[in-house]
Ligand binder design. Structure first.
Ligand SMILES: [Cu+2]
Length: 82
């Protein structure tokens, strides 16, 4: 079954790129079946973030994951992630 798609990220401050937040119907139109969309944004703080599909039952179908952003320049973080 072909469905629309939008990928929402949590915790990433979309400074200057609100259209990359992935909340379908709020910050972007859905990506229609057969089309592509490239999410492009800068992450201003290192950390571990969550993304998930924002349409229908795709999240329950396990379209979700994490984005890990390391400290720039190989610096050591003040605390570590598992
Ligand atoms: Cu969300």
């Amino acid at each position: 079954m072909l469905e629309n798609l939008a990928i929402h990220s949590h915790g990433i401050r979309q400074i200057g790129t609100p259209g990359m937040d992935g909340t379908e119907g709020v910050t972007q139109c859905p990506v229609l079946p057969g089309n592509t969309f490239k999410y492009e944004f800068k992450v201003d703080r290192p950390g571990t973030y969550l993304y998930h599909a924002h349409y229908g039952m795709q999240r329950e179908a396990r379209l979700y994951g994490s984005i890990r952003v390391s400290v720039a320049g190989g610096k050591i973080e003040s605390f570590a992630y598992d």
